[in-house]
Design a protein around this ligand. Structure first.
Ligand code: 4FV
Length: 248
């Protein structure tokens, strides 16, 4: 599954620019028995299979020999939930060994002395950890300076300032009767910057109000919220005036 992943887009370019290097080790290559078995029935009975500790341990140790300072991470639903802050944190490490489980999961003893951290990409169950590992690699690679073309591209990301991104527009200026907001054509950079901040605030308020609640607001953001609340107050006052007049 990783062959295609390493070979496309920003990941491929980051590899070509030696910003990152990536390799995938097949756990079965570390199974020492003649049938190269990597899974077995669960002790205590029950359905499904569990990944055996020996091949996993062999693979993890082989990966660590490539980068001894690497942080080993098991992708599993039991892990701490992955988000932009975790991506930023992992981008600071020299290397990551991402362990991808299959079947019901991995033998618990692997977590005891070979795993530094456990990460989940979300509260749902996948058929394997590979897709989760790709999500982590993709988000972390974007945080490495220079992988996104514009030096500051990642800073302007959703979540980087605790807000969702502002609305984006490109040509044509009018699409199926809908025009691009005039302000974006004005060349007035400060006004465009303010428009984009208000767009980001509005989208965050409507789509992810939880982000606004946990965010330390900067003055421009507070001013925007105050402006909106004044407007809402006016509407409520107008409503009451209308209602009172109708009652009288
Ligand atoms: C998962 C997740 C996930 C659990 C059993 C693979 C599966 C199977 N990994 N975030 N959610 N893993 O569902 O990271 O082995």
């Amino acid at each position: 599954m990783f062959d295609a992943f390493w070979d496309h887009g920003i990941i491929r370019r980051a590899i070509d620019q030696n910003k990152i290097s990536g390799s995938s080790l097949n756990i079965r290559d570390f199974a020492e028995d003649k049938h190269r078995v990597t899974d077995d029935r669960p002790y205590g009975g029950g359905s499904g299979m569990v990944m055996k500790p020996e091949p996993l341990a062999g693979a993890i140790r082989a990966a660590k020999r490539k980068c001894p300072s690497a942080k080993t991470i098991l992708l599993s639903p039991q892990g701490r939930v992955f988000d932009q802050a975790v991506a930023n944190e992992l981008a600071a490490f020299e290397g990551l060994v991402l362990v991808c489980g299959r079947y019901e999961g991995v033998d618990e003893r692997i977590s005891h002395d070979l795993i530094d951290d456990e990460i989940s990409i979300g509260d749902y169950v996948l058929t394997g950890g590979e897709l989760a590992a790709m999500v982590v690699i993709d988000a972390v690679t974007r945080q490495i300076p220079g992988t996104l073309g514009g030096e500051d591209a990642a800073e302007k990301d959703s979540f980087s300032n605790g807000l969702l991104e502002h609305a984006h527009y490109t040509r044509p200026q009018v699409f199926e009767g809908e025009a691009v907001p005039e302000i974006l054509l004005s060349g007035h950079h400060k006004a465009i910057e303010n428009w984009r901040l208000e767009s980001a605030m509005l989208r965050t308020l409507l789509k992810r109000p939880d982000l606004l609640k946990n965010k330390s607001l900067r003055k421009p953001e507070l001013d925007i919220l105050k402006k909106w609340s004044r407007r809402i107050e006016e509407i409520i006052k107008f409503y009451h005036r209308e209602h009172r007049d109708r009652r009288e």
